[in-house]
Design a protein around this ligand. Structure first.
Ligand code: MG
Length: 356
């Protein structure tokens, strides 16, 4: 009997269990263990790696379409890499860009994207210092694919944050805000509303309107994060809930920290029009990707202060404490509004393709 060869599907790039298993069984399998100098190696599968005292990240962006409500592939590619570097507590230091351009892309569109990248770089406060451009024949690329890689460094703000954590947890020895740092009692905080980015891209892909305009939340978060670490502190971990959404990011926390997380559904910030659109389309907002949001794990003694600080800033205006770390169970569960608990499993993949 002849078996069809296994091939790459859209699910292999959609976050969730299919992508994670693929990365583990093919990419980490070949490259894991070779990184002798990495303090946070490839196999940790964190938001970025740590080599020496440098945080290092590479991220390709293939969002389709390249312009969508609230953003474009240029702003997305800078923000995505900057936010992953920031999730480890590091301050972005320099970026590199690799463009794959599709034959036929208009130079005007490319210029709009480059100008948007320039504006985002000014917001971030770093530059692109090296890069590369390639062109491929017309096909299904959708105009262009952009890779942005970058490095970040330790900051006084990060040191202050780690000392603050140590005040409440004497055995805390992590040097970065890693996914594996959570312990029972830590509070889980979310910086703002979920689902906006995925639905904005979906509306552009399918030509849908939802009554009101849902815009992407795409934005760099490095400045506000460095301020939270430096001026408040007590943050043990961070993660940006991108592909696979909150459900995927929180499950990753629980797997790596070997704990459970109990969410409170009524605390999860979400716009009413996003709820309605998700109901219409049969989508779970917990599984939809975000590009301008951060999850924080915070020592309970500092949680109210971190929340108060975030809500005073544009990037964290709708921040909420959405849950708590527990040892009553493993994985993620949610106390629902109607009463009772629902298990939040890791999604197979983000329901919206090519959102980042
Ligand atoms: Mg990330």
């Amino acid at each position: 009997m002849a078996f069809e060869k296994e091939r790459i599907t859209m699910l292999h790039g959609a976050g969730g269990t299919v992508m994670h298993n693929f990365v583990k069984n093919h990419i980490v399998k070949n490259f894991g263990g070779l990184d002798l100098f990495a303090d946070v190696p490839l196999e940790a599968m964190d938001d970025a790696a740590v080599v020496g005292d440098i945080v290092f990240k590479s991220d390709s962006h293939a969002v389709k379409p390249i312009f969508f409500p609230g953003g474009d592939i240029g702003r997305l590619s800078i923000s995505g890499t900057v936010n992953d570097i920031s999730a480890l507590g590091a301050e972005p230091y320099a970026l590199a860009s690799g463009f794959v351009l599709e034959e036929g892309l208009s130079i005007d569109d490319l210029d709009r994207i480059l100008e948007s990248m320039r504006q985002t770089l000014i917001e971030v406060g770093v530059g692109i210092v090296t890069g590369d451009t390639k062109v491929v024949e017309k096909g299904n690329l959708g105009g262009c694919v952009m890779n942005v890689s970058g490095i970040g460094k330790r900051s006084i703000a990060l040191e202050n944050n780690l000392w603050t954590v140590k005040k409440y947890r004497s055995n805390f020895s992590a040097r970065w805000t890693l996914d594996s740092n959570l312990v029972v009692g830590d509070k889980i905080m979310l910086s703002g509303t979920i689902g906006d980015h995925g639905l904005a891209v979906l509306s552009a892909q399918k030509g849908l309107t939802f009554g009101s305009k849902i815009e992407s939340d795409v934005r760099p978060l490095n400045k506000v994060i460095q301020r939270v670490l430096g001026e408040v502190g007590g943050v043990v971990t961070m993660k940006d809930p991108t592909r696979g959404g909150l459900a995927d990011a929180l499950n990753e926390f629980t797997e790596k920290s070997k704990v459970g997380i109990l969410l409170q559904e009524d605390k999860i910030p979400i716009r009413k029009d996003v709820v309605i659109a998700c109901e219409m389309l049969g989508l779970d907002p917990l599984e939809i990707g975000n590009e301008g949001k951060m999850l924080f794990g915070v020592v309970s003694q500092k949680a109210d202060e971190v929340l108060a600080f975030l809500t005073q800033n544009r990037e964290g205006k709708y921040a909420q404490i959405i849950g708590e770390v527990t040892d009553a169970f493993k994985g993620v569960a949610m106390q629902t509004i109607v009463g009772g608990k629902r298990i939040i499993a890791r999604p197979i993949g983000d329901p919206v393709p090519r959102i980042c």
